[in-house]
Design a protein around this ligand. Structure first.
Ligand code: C5P
Length: 214
C-alpha cells in the first residue's frame, strides 16, 4: 500500500525543507504542491494575462501540463526552478490559488500521484482536503517574524532587493488570503500533528516528524 504523508502550514513554516529531507530518509517521492500553483501563476504572468481575469487563468490552467520527475516540477515539459520563486510570482500566487477550477485541476494531479506511489506532499490543504485519509498529517507553524526572516534570507541570498518588514508583510498577507478563501483553505486538519518550528533546528523538526512515522 502507498504511504501518503501530508505536511501543511502557513508560508515559511519550514514545510518544504522538512518534507524534502523526510522524503529522502524514507526513500519516497516529494511533491511541492505550492510549486504547482506557482507554475500556473508564472505562466499567467509570462503570457501577460490580467491576474484578475479568472476565465483566462482557468483556460491557462486547463491547457497546462504539470508533472513531477525526480522531485522536480515540469510545466509543459520544461523544468521549472527559480523562475517560480520570484517576488512577482509570490505576490500573485495566492489570488490565483483561490480559483476553485484551478484547484480542481491541481488536486487531480496530486491525487493521481499519491494514488500510485508513496509520497510526502507539502501544501495548505493536503491533510484537510486532498488526502483526508493520509497515513500521517503534520501541520507546521512558526512565529510570523521567524517565517518572514526565513523567506527574507532566501530572497537576499538570491540577490533580491527587499526588506525584512516587506517580506513579513507579504507572508502575513498570503496566509490571510490562503486561510480565508472559500474553497479548501489553509487549515489544520483535526487529526494533524502540530509542530511549532520556531527556534528549532532543521534536524530537530525532522526528528520529531520521523519519530511519529516509525
Ligand atoms: O508553498 P508555497 O509558499 O510555495 O505556496 C505558494 C502559494 O500557493 C501559497 O501561498 C498558496 O496560495 C498556494 N498553495 C495552495 N495550496 C497548496 C499549496 C500552495 O493554495 N496546497
Amino acid at each position: 500500500k502507498n504511504l501518503v504523508i501530508a505536511v501543511d502550514g502557513p508560508a515559511g513554516a519550514g514545510k518544504s525543507t522538512i518534507a524534502k529531507i523526510v522524503a529522502d530518509k524514507l526513500n519516497i517521492n516529494y511533491i511541492d504542491t505550492g510549486a504547482m500553483y506557482r507554475a500556473i501563476t508564472y505562466k499567467v504572468l509570462q503570457n501577460n494575462i490580467d491576474v484578475n481575469n479568472e476565465d483566462q487563468i482557468i483556460e491557462i490552467a486547463k491547457n497546462s501540463d504539470i508533472d513531477f520527475k525526480d522531485n522536480n516540477i515540469y510545466l509543459d515539459g520544461k523544468i521549472l526552478k527559480e523562475e517560480i520563486r520570484t517576488p512577482e510570482v509570490s505576490n500573485n500566487v495566492s489570488n490565483i490559488a483561490q480559483i476553485k477550477e484551478v484547484r480542481y485541476l491541481m488536486v487531480d494531479v496530486q491525487r493521481e500521484i499519491g494514488n500510485k506511489s508513496s509520497v510526502i506532499l507539502d501544501g495548505r490543504d493536503i491533510g484537510s482536503y486532498v488526502f483526508p485519509k493520509a497515513d500521517y498529517k503534520f501541520f507546521l507553524v512558526a512565529s510570523p517574524e521567524e517565517r518572514g526572516e526565513r523567506r527574507y534570507k532566501e530572497l537576499i541570498k538570491k540577490g533580491y532587493d527587499t526588506t525584512l518588514e516587506e517580506v513579513i508583510k507579504d507572508v502575513i498577507r498570503r496566509d490571510e488570503i490562503d486561510s480565508n478563501r472559500e474553497f479548501a483553505p489553509l487549515v489544520k486538519a483535526s487529526d494533524a500533528i502540530e509542530i511549532d518550528t520556531t527556534g528549532k533546528s532543521i534536524d530537530e523538526v525532522v526528528e520529531s516528524v520521523i519519530s511519529k512515522i516509525r
